[in-house]
Design a protein around this ligand. Structure first.
Ligand code: ADP
Length: 639
């Protein structure tokens, strides 16, 4: 007899458990789908390992999932003959939460039960959902490549501890036994289980079986006797799902619900996909692809980490081989989830082989095209859903401008931005929309970059454009500065940063003027006073209300980017900006007539306020405050 070992759950598990049990009660039936989903994954894994070691499935080759209940003991069992787990795996998989997303998920929790229930809906709760309906869970399992005496029994009542002991288990695979709570008897009924399986798990590629319900025909009505007889015979099973891989079925026979159910299974979450595309290709090679656009970024790190991506599963002739998102999609489409099933790749394909395989690169090109087509269609068909996509993944898509030159125009078309004519900070304006409402003599698409929406919207550099009713795109995501270095034109119109380069006015008719005699003395005086801070001073055509602003060279890095780079420890070559002034502003008029001491204060203040307006930090804030106070008091005395 082996001894029973007690273990404590990892602290995070307890938190998740608590949450699952309390926030998901209104959807309690999801536990069955989750357990069946795990069983299906276990069958997939075994089938893959059996490619290299046929012994594993030799004695029992039909992979399947069985759902069984016992009315008297009030237990429900979900059993598979898949890969199973070793005792280390049991402790690791069922006692800790290894997924990197969990921590971020837990951090995102608000403590508000309703909001959290919504969050957990995106997260996918897996195995622990059993505790919604069960007082106690017992798992009996044996890894397919271990002998019968290396079975394991895990059990827990979900309150902080679990126990593990070794058992004899002749059959491989896993059984999860739920001791149902008082009042959960609905899960002890054949019809109810059948209903749940056909509703939520029909797409599972392995047969899911229930004990056959025999219509007991007994002439003398002795049902008890008939039932007894039935008990003596071996259970006969009935398959209740389609039991064929969803993507192999004809589209016409698959409902939207089926597609969504399958999506939940493959991405281990509960939120729905926005849209999908299902295609069969026959020709010099044959394959099927089923691609989904998710509605929300998952909690996993995969969005921030371009190198560790997941989501597109490669099957070869119905056998799950590996997650091959990296091989089948470029990084900027890493949000796409789904399945590719190839008829032609060799079953023993390795990651290395996938890297430079001609068939794979054809599939990859097709997946890119299909994904972009799918997004185009979504943009046309459903603005609200497309907005949701944009909010979740717009910034990932922007990477494509630098990554996929051949599709640059298509990608740009799919991007959405905030603008001076848009809906607040919501990124909803497309470049097509912008171009369509450009003024007839407008020569460029204007944008400004900043580190927040408010900073972009309040940029002094866009004042003149705004007053002429010229639209300006407001870019305030970190990636934008990088993005615009790849987006020089759209629809034949150049893109122009309003705070860079010379600006002669929005109209193609406008011409740069020489600095007039009238303004020259002010410009010269300022240039002298600010020569250590700015490269030049010139009258501006950008300004209306503000007295001054900073402007960079056409190709210089935006000031907020320079700050970010410096914070990250990069050396930035010193490149002084130009100070543009609004000579008609009262402050400049005052400057023109000021004595030497006041002129110096005013000049420095003009520069400093331009720095602040642009979101920058002052070198010497105390000196700025003193200057400001000197000027304010002298104004007060003059008044
Ligand atoms: P997830 O499936 O989302 O990873 P779960 O909490 O449902 O999270 O399961 C944790 C892990 O336990 C799984 O990743 C898997 O390794 C293992 N597991 C769960 N159920 C089974 C099963 N029926 N057979 C084999 N392994 C399983």
């Amino acid at each position: 007899m082996s001894e029973v070992q007690k273990h404590a759950f990892q602290a995070e598990v307890q938190q998740v458990l608590h949450l699952v049990i309390h926030s998901l009660y209104s959807h309690k039936e999801i536990f069955l789908r989750e357990l069946i989903s795990n069983a299906s994954d276990a069958c997939d894994k075994l089938r893959f390992e059996a490619l290299a070691n046929a012994e594993l499935t030799a004695s029992d080759s039909e992979l399947r999932i069985e759902v069984e209940f016992d009315n008297e003991a009030r237990t429900l069992t979900v059993r598979d003959n898949g890969i199973g787990m070793s005792s280390e795996e049991v402790v690791e998989n069922l006692g800790t939460i290894a997924r990197s997303g969990t921590k971020r998920f837990l951090e995102a929790l608000s403590g508000d039960a309703r909001a959290d229930a919504h969050l957990i809906g995106q997260f996918g709760v897996g195995f622990y959902s059993g505790f919604i309906v069960a007082d106690k869970l017992t798992v009996e399992t044996r890894r397919a490549d271990l002998p019968a005496d290396q079975g394991v029994r895990w059990s827990s009542d979900g309150s902080g501890e679990f126990s593990v002991e070794s058992i004899d288990r002749p059959q491989r695979g896993t059984a999860v036994i739920l001791q149902l709570k008082e009042g959960e008897d609905e899960f002890l009924q054949n019809w109810r289980l059948r209903q749940l399986i056909t509703r939520y798990s029909d797409h599972i590629a392995f047969p899911i079986r229930l004990p056959e319900e025999k219509a007991v025909e007994s002439e003398d009505g002795d049902e008890e006797k008939a039932a007894e007889d039935q008990g003596k015979t071996e259970t006969s099973w009935e398959t209740v799902n389609h039991a064929s891989a969803l993507w192999t079925r004809p589209k016409s026979e698959i409902s939207d619900e089926d597609y969504q159910g399958f999506y939940k299974h493959i991405h281990h979450g509960m939120d729905e996909a926005l849209t999908w595309s299902h295609n069969r290709v026959e020709g010099n090679q044959s394959y099927t692809s089923l691609l989904y656009v998710p509605s929300k970024a998952p909690f996993d790190a995969m969005w921030s980490d371009r190198n560790e991506r997941k989501g597109l599963k490669l099957y070869i002739r119905r056998v799950f081989i590996m997650d091959a998102s990296e091989q089948l999609l470029p990084a900027y489409l890493r949000f796409i989830q789904g399945v590719v099933d190839s008829d032609d790749l060799p079953l023993n394909v390795s990651r290395e082989l996938l890297q430079d395989n001609k068939l794979v690169s054809q599939i990859r090109a097709a997946c890119v095209k299909r994904s972009l087509d799918l997004l185009d269609k979504l943009a046309v068909d459903d603005a609200a859903k497309f907005q949701q996509f944009s909010d979740s993944f717009g910034n990932v898509l922007k990477e494509g401008l630098g990554e996929d030159f051949s599709n640059r125009e298509r990608i740009a078309k799919l991007l959405r931005f905030a603008s001076t004519k848009g809906d607040g900070a919501t990124k909803s304006v497309s470049l097509d929309q912008y171009v369509e409402r450009m003024q007839s003599d407008q020569s460029a698409i204007y944008f400004v970059t900043a580190d927040s929406y408010n900073a972009a919207k309040g940029s002094p550099q866009i004042e003149a454009l705004k007053s002429q009713d010229v639209e300006v795109l407001l870019l305030f995501d970190r990636i934008d500065e990088w993005m615009v270095s790849y987006l020089h034109e759209y629809g034949g119109k150049p893109l122009r940063h309003v705070a860079k380069g010379e600006f002669d006015g929005a109209s193609s008719e406008d011409k740069a003027e020489e600095i007039s005699e009238e303004h020259k003395p002010v410009v010269d005086r300022l240039t002298e006073l600010l020569k250590e801070r700015v490269k030049a001073v010139r009258p501006s055509k950008r300004l209306v209300d503000s007295p001054a602003c900073l402007v960079l060279d056409e190709h210089a890095m935006a000031l907020h980017m320079q700050r970010l780079m410096k914070e990250a420890g990069h050396e930035i070559p010193a490149d002084l900006p130009v100070l543009e002034i609004n000579p008609n502003h009262a402050l400049l008029k005052r400057f023109a007539n000021a004595d030497q001491e006041q002129a110096s204060d005013l000049a420095l203040l003009l520069h400093e306020q331009a720095v602040v307006a642009e979101g920058g930090q002052l070198d010497d804030p105390a000196a700025f405050v003193q200057r400001l106070n000197r000027v304010l008091t002298s104004t007060a005395q003059a008044a």
